[in-house]
Design a protein around this ligand. Structure first.
Ligand code: NAD
Length: 354
């Protein structure tokens, strides 16, 4: 059993905790909170041991009537790996603490790539030689890596150009925006997202431009990839359909945006209405000469979750990448497929588990 600790039980952390707890080869030893808020309460309700992230705040949990099993230091001493899901920049501050306890660590995409021995995406990363730490890339980089890796392998990518319309904030983030605008962010082009994709796929030429929109549901990517070969539209669709972590939305499903996608996910039984897969509008996938076009949506709160589970195995076991992905997919039910696709469902139906 891989003993896993989770530091930073927020948007990403609580989802990673659930995914880890669902793995037959992993034990979630506990999660940390900085204060005894609703997140701390729900962690306890889910049966997770709670640790105070900051030593001198431990008494606040007791005062609030929430039982803790110790502090971050105790958690680090009890685990094989710590998954840091703290806000961007805090992971860097935590790095010396993990090192002092000799605990291998996984960081998130808000940290600089230099924080870890390697950046990680289960589909896109090449071989990583015996790392002591990994960084799971951001939601947008995860979505782009999963898409560009199979295209590059099958047809060669000459150049990818992607416009990212990013959600202004997550549903729980009341302090983010914009409220009523679409804002180039960053206004400089190309944006930093392309170089981040190159931490996973160093040889793929990709330029990105990014905007922020007043929505909370998902990011939307408008993608144009100039390929080295010239597949037919049908061939390109079938290539992408075969990828477990890509979901091709059938035209007749009537799913026209993030709202309907999240509704669909909730209705098929996904916990929190989460979409772990890239969601690609099937009819948008078209090839003109060597240019492939498509629209995809990425659920920013969820797509990095299975990648974190695979990063844990990559960091502390010899399990192959393929075996890890298969185990992760099986344990949490990654691999959304629709009965409404032309070929009918190609996969086992998803079991509602929450
Ligand atoms: P979040 O703010 O929702 O959650 C962070 C949690 O960490 C909160 O519960 C916060 O109280 C806690 N925390 C703060 N300081 C801490 C400390 N010193 N020790 C322990 N816990 C602490 O943030 P998030 O959206 O889950 O983002 C976490 C990381 O994941 C960031 O690097 C972010 O860039 C990355 N990420 C976020 C998203 C997204 O869209 N939300 C997507 C992919 C990657």
């Amino acid at each position: 059993m891989i003993r896993v600790g989770l530091n930073g039980y927020g948007t990403i952390g609580k989802r990673v905790a659930d995914a880890v707890a669902a793995q037959p080869d992993m034990e979630l030893v506990g999660v940390t909170k900085t204060s005894p808020d609703y997140g701390a309460e729900t962690a306890l309700r889910r049966g997770y041991d709670l640790y105070a992230a900051i030593d001198d705040r431990a008494a606040a949990f007791e005062d609030a009537g929430l039982e803790t099993a110790g502090t971050l230091g105790n958690l680090l001493d009890a685990v094989d790996v710590i998954v840091d899901c703290t806000p961007a920049g805090i992971g860097e501050r935590n790095q010396p603490i993990y090192a002092a306890h000799d605990t291998p660590a996984i960081y998130q995409g808000g940290e600089d790539a230099a924080i870890a021995d390697a950046s990680f995406n289960a589909r896109g990363s090449g071989a990583i030689d015996d790392p002591d730490s990994l960084r799971v890339v951001s939601c947008n980089t995860t979505g782009l890596s999963r898409l560009l890796a199979p295209l590059d392998e099958a047809y060669g990518v000459e150049k990818a150009r992607v416009t990212l319309v990013r959600r202004g904030g997550d549903p729980s983030e009341t302090d983010r925006g914009p409220i009523n605008d679409v804002v180039p962010d960053p206004a400089t082009v190309p944006s930093h997202h392309g170089p981040d994709v190159n931490t996973i796929l160093p040889d793929v030429a990709v330029d990105t431009a990014a905007l922020k929109a007043p929505v909370t549901g998902m990011h939307t990517h408008s993608v144009n990839v100039t390929l080295e070969q010239e597949p037919t539209t049908v061939e390109a669709r079938e290539l992408l359909r075969a990828e477990d972590r890509l979901f091709l939305i059938p035209e007749r499903a009537g799913i026209d945006g993030a709202g309907a996608l999240k509704d669909y996910a909730a209705d098929v039984g996904r916990p929190r209405g989460d979409l772990w897969e890239n969601c690609i509008w099937e009819e948008s996938i078209s090839v003109e000469g060597r240019d492939l076009y498509l629209f995809q949506n990425v659920h920013q709160e969820a797509d990095v979750v299975p990648e974190n589970v695979d990063a844990i195995r990559a960091l502390v076991t010899d399990v192959t990448r393929e075996e890890s992905v298969a185990r992760t997919n099986e344990a949490i039910g990654v691999g959304l497929d629709s009965l409404l696709s032309d070929a009918g469902s190609a996969r086992d139906q998803i079991v509602a588990d929450d």
